[in-house]
Design a protein around this ligand. Structure first.
Ligand SMILES: [Zn+2]
Ligand SMILES: [Zn+2]
Length: 557
């Protein structure tokens, strides 16, 4: 039964129109539940910014209602913001075992472990969060211990899938709860929120086992030392690497801070099984015969300070890549990282290594952890929701996911393509989307000790080449109006006093770009910044034949 006047409200504070900083909120009456608290990595234009998190001012205004933060799994785009969230709002956290272990690692680094209430989710047990009965189902993904969540509200059941794929032959026999999903669907799902990462890709993903077989093959043929890089959080893949090492009688060394940390947590909790005596220190690598060693390292995305990048330029202290060694990139570059990955592969070839790499599944060393189109349809078919919100994806992915939902019978009128902050209200079975709450990006910098090197390096590189220009823009929060003339600050580009006219011109151009921007562009801050950057870039190039880094900074008042 409905409480008089109560309604169900669902919205995201991050994760829609982007992949990163996921955060979804479900509210019924006086109970508010937050799902996931991820972070995004800044693009190269954000000098000195380490991390991007959500604007949670709406939650702070309603903090007496926030009952829990429930976390679906341990990827950074789902847990990376937790320390910063807790510093603003201390609520109990609920997560499965490995996820909790990875969260604890973060809280320790931030000195927050003691003041935080951590609750272990057993996927087979339901819990009460305020008045909302909450149950879970296991899902397959590229990290163990992922769950989807079913919330039983007085309006009906709301399902959040978390990140998922359907892997019918999972590593470590971590089977997805297909029957449970079907049961939830049978009870009737009012609203489904499902991830959209691979909505562009037809067919089914391959099983993670395929990668294991290919790794084993490569290990059998390999000469010299084997270096293999992958995401530290891909615990299943790391287990398969360890299995292949055992099969070929090789010891394993771990390189990279996150690799060492994650593997030690995963081993402690029983998600990784390392045979006794197999693990060696980096210093021991050179003592053993090359054929006796596997080095698992970070840096598969070309991150300049990570182990693989430093190995490729032979600037890693204890270990070096020698002619005849084998290097495997067991990953696929995330769009935007292709160039830095190619550079690393080039360098490794120059060192005389045999390099096994390739985007997507070309090398057989990577499969995606996110459902392809047919799997997304399968989830929709199992859940048969009345209403559907595609989440966890960029705009085109959400639109394609909508099409997929329509193709399996979800009424197009009942599908909501949202922005972060758009609220869907459901009352007496009728859904409407008419209001918004505050949502946006908050930058974090200077807190991550290990990240300083990376930031400094990036700053230096760009500054050395072209200098930079910061354009400060003050916008009215209410109607996106420009509140004062833009302010331009430059470093290492042109001598400011000699370039007064140029800066005047830049400021005028910024004003006209903002005035001429479509309302939808103005509304999306990133689009607006992009428009400003593009037009100023063009002007500066025409006038000076140089391309400094241009950073539009929007202050909302
Ligand atoms: Zn994930
Ligand atoms: Zn994710």
């Amino acid at each position: 039964m409905n409480d008089a006047g109560s309604k169900l409200s669902v919205f995201s504070l991050g994760g829609i129109n982007e992949i990163g900083k996921n955060m979804y909120v479900l509210q019924y009456g006086e109970d508010m539940i937050v799902i996931d608290c991820g972070s995004s990595f800044p693009d190269e234009n954000l000098l000195g910014v380490d991390l991007i998190i959500q604007d949670i001012s709406y939650l702070l205004e309603n903090q007496d209602k926030v009952r829990a933060l429930v976390v679906t799994h341990g990827h950074e785009d789902h847990i990376g913001g937790i320390p910063y969230f807790l510093k603003q709002l201390n609520v109990p956290i609920y997560a499965t075992r490995l996820t909790l272990g990875l969260i604890e690692l973060k809280l320790k680094e931030h000195g927050l472990l003691r003041g935080t209430e951590l609750n272990l989710i057993h996927p087979d047990e339901a819990i009460e969060l305020g008045s909302i009965r909450t149950s879970f189902f296991r899902a397959s993904h590229s990290i163990p211990d992922c769950v989807g969540i079913a919330f039983e509200t007085p309006e009906g059941i709301v399902v959040h899938t978390g990140d998922f794929k359907f892997d019918l032959t999972p590593v470590n026999e971590e089977y997805a709860d297909l029957h449970k999903m079907a049961d939830i669907g049978k009870k009737g799902v009012l609203l489904l929120l499902s991830e959209s990462t691979n909505a562009e890709r037809p067919g089914f993903t391959q099983s993670e086992r395929v990668v294991g077989d290919n790794i084993a093959d490569a290990f059998r043929k390999a000469t010299g030392k084997i270096f293999i890089s992958t995401f530290a959080s891909n615990v299943h893949r790391i287990q398969q690497i360890i299995d292949a090492a055992q099969m070929t009688n090789r010891h394993v060394a771990l390189l990279g801070r996150s690799m060492v940390n994650v593997v030690s947590v995963a081993e402690e909790l029983g998600y990784v099984h390392l045979p006794e005596g197999m693990l060696i220190d980096a210093q021991q690598v050179n003592v053993l015969e090359p054929e006796k060693v596997v080095i698992i390292c970070t840096g598969s995305q070309g991150e300049p300070m990570a182990a693989l990048s430093r190995l490729s330029t032979n600037t890693f202290r204890q270990v070096s890549v020698l002619p005849g060694d084998t290097v495997i990139l067991a990953s696929s570059p995330i769009p935007g990282n292709e160039k830095s990955v190619s550079r690393i592969v080039d360098n490794l070839f120059q060192l005389g290594a045999t390099v096994i790499y390739g985007s997507g599944s070309a090398s057989g060393m990577h499969v995606s952890g996110h459902a392809f189109q047919e799997e997304l349809k399968l989830m929709l078919t199992l859940m048969k929701p009345t209403y559907f919100i595609p989440i966890h994806g960029e705009y085109r992915m959400l639109q394609l996911h909508k099409k997929l939902a329509e193709s399996v019978g979800v009424d197009g009128k009942n599908i909501f393509i949202l922005n972060n902050g758009d609220v869907v209200d459901i009352q007496n079975g009728v859904a409407s989307q008419t209001r918004r709450v505050d949502a946006g990006s908050v930058f974090v910098d200077g807190l991550g000790i290990g990240d300083v090197g990376k930031v400094v390096l990036r700053d230096r590189k760009v500054l050395a080449e072209e200098g930079m220009l910061i354009i400060v823009i003050s916008l009215s929060k209410a109607d996106n109006r420009l509140l004062s003339a833009p302010d331009t600050i430059s470093r290492g580009f042109v001598y400011e006093r000699e370039a007064e006219d140029l800066y005047k011109e830049v400021n005028q151009l910024v004003v006209s770009t903002i005035k001429e921007a479509k309302p939808s562009t103005r509304y999306r801050r990133n689009d607006l910044k992009h428009a400003v950057r593009k037009s100023v870039e063009k002007l500066l190039y025409t006038r000076t034949k140089r391309r400094p880094m241009i950073i539009p900074f929007i202050i909302e008042i």
